[in-house]
Ligand binder design. Structure first.
Ligand code: UD1
Length: 429
């Protein structure tokens, strides 16, 4: 059985700690490939996507180990440069090994990535940027092959991204750190996870300036050193618990997150009526009668698409009509059918969802269509009448460390039905 059972009723209260950010830790593991020797990464969440990235690195020859939330990546002098489809098709983020591998080996072959099925998720910007840096790009047997120019090093240049893609920014940043000369990435993604990656690369000896702003400047260096780095807190996981607080609080304090990384989300929660208090590295959210707000997803510092589904649930309990506009991914309203089956009044027109509330949700058997939508269905179950069973819980476990346990500690009746599948060999990460 691959499901979470959610019992409704009662307020939630207490403190919960966000894990390290999935979307940062995945890229930091990839960045470890850039330096021979043992890189230590702390605050790594215990989630399936990190297991998958650990297996990709192990396949490339890295000795990957985990002790609690500390992951060590012992990178040999010679690493593999070929990642097979069997390892990468379930993890879209695995495409970010492309940049480090071209940087380190001069060539790489990476199968086309998988991950959440969120409509059109191209990698054209990754490939365009690598080509601008001098790589020859070909597609062979559904794999991307990239070769640096003769001499094995990419050449720094100006890269103006037409869209601030998170993955493309990360890949190009990691490719450029050992390129000759200077690379400027204009209109890069500005997410906190990019800043975290740039911070680790700088620790490793890279010369990177401007991460988090509208221009990243990279002066290429010959080689990088292994480091000890701590992953930034997961703003999306933290935001999910903040929404739980607004829906079913009580009062929930979420620790281990920078409130500034959630600024717009917390503003929207306050606009919707929740009481929000900022701490040093925590936020406290208390439930209150909710009112409608409009939400528009955009790249950071805009409202994160990864919290769009959780807000759909929140707004289904708010007085009035809200409009939620999705600008980042198409195919990201697949949770709507499941919420409507629970009694929500939501209709979708193009990339807008119209939510009329408040409505009474009924517990039901629903299926998690993807990671964030799955977590949103668990939130819906918390305020529904009667038990809810969210099947396909493996989607949720890709990105949330022990969601049932953390919610149960806040007073919720949430449990996993059946055992968690052990990750396949060869690594415990
Ligand atoms: C990352 C996050 C994901 C988050 C998203 C936006 C990870 C592992 N995942 O995904 O959780 O929702 O950022 O904050 O970090 N696009 C192209 N061509 C490209 C690259 C992107 O068309 O070469 C499009 C995508 O199809 C999508 C949009 O740009 O519609 C956003 O993609 P991007 O910012 O690259 O997100 P990811 O890195 O895939």
């Amino acid at each position: 059985m691959d499901a979470f059972e959610v019992l409704s009723g009662g307020t939630l209260s207490g403190a919960v700690c966000a894990s390290g950010a999935k979307n940062s830790a995945l890229k930091l593991l990839a960045a470890s490939l850039l330096a021979e020797g043992c890189t230590t990464i702390r605050n790594v969440p215990a989630i399936a996507d990190l297991d998958a990235m650990g297996r990709v690195l192990a396949h490339l020859g890295v000795d990957v180990g985990r002790d609690g939330d500390v992951v060590s990546c012992d990178v040999p002098a010679e690493i593999g440069c070929d990642t097979p489809a069997s390892l990468v098709t379930r993890l879209r983020a695995s495409i970010v090994v492309l940049g480090p591998l071209v940087s380190r080996c001069g060539h790489a072959r990476v199968a086309q990535p998988g991950g959440c099925n969120l409509g059109n998720r191209g990698i054209d910007l990754h490939l365009w940027g690598l080509a601008q840096l001098g790589a020859e790009i070909t597609l062979e047997d559904e794999a991307v092959v990239a070769r640096a120019p003769q001499g094995g090093r990419l050449r720094g240049t100006e890269l103006e991204l037409p869209y601030a893609s998170v993955g493309a920014t990360e890949n190009l940043l990691m490719a450029a750190v050992t390129a000759t000369g200077t690379t400027r990435i204009l209109n890069p993604a500005r997410e906190p996870e990019i800043v975290d990656l740039a911070g680790m690369l700088s620790q490793m000896g890279a010369r990177v300036a401007g991460a988090g702003s509208d221009e990243i400047v990279i002066d290429g260096v010959d080689a990088l050193e292994p480091v000890d780095h701590t992953v930034v807190g997961d703003r999306i996981e933290a935001g999910t618990y903040a929404v739980a607080g607004a829906l079913a609080g009580g009062e929930i304090t979420v620790e281990g997150v920078e409130p500034a990384h959630l600024a717009l989300v917390l503003d929207k929660l306050a606009d919707a009526g929740a009481a929000v208090t900022l701490g040093d590295r925590s936020v406290t959210v208390a439930g209150a009668p909710l009112r409608a707000v409009d939400v528009v997803t955009l790249p950071f510092p805009g409202f994160p698409t990864d919290l769009q589904a959780a807000f759909l649930v929140l707004l289904s309990q708010a007085q009035g009509t809200s409009m939620l506009t999705e600008n980042v991914f198409d195919g990201r309203f697949r949770v709507v059918d499941q919420l409507v089956a629970m009694g929500a009044d939501v209709s979708v027109e193009a990339h807008h969802a119209i939510v009329r509330g408040p409505c009474r949700l009924e517990g039901a058997r629903v299926a998690a269509p993807d990671l964030r939508a799955g977590a949103a269905l668990v939130l819906a179950g918390l305020v529904a009448d009667g038990p809810t069973v969210v099947t396909q819980a493996h989607h949720i476990e890709r990105g949330y460390a022990d969601l049932p346990g953390k919610l149960a500690a806040l007073g919720a009746g949430v449990r996993r039905l059946g055992a968690v599948e052990a990750p396949p060999a060869p690594t415990g990460v």
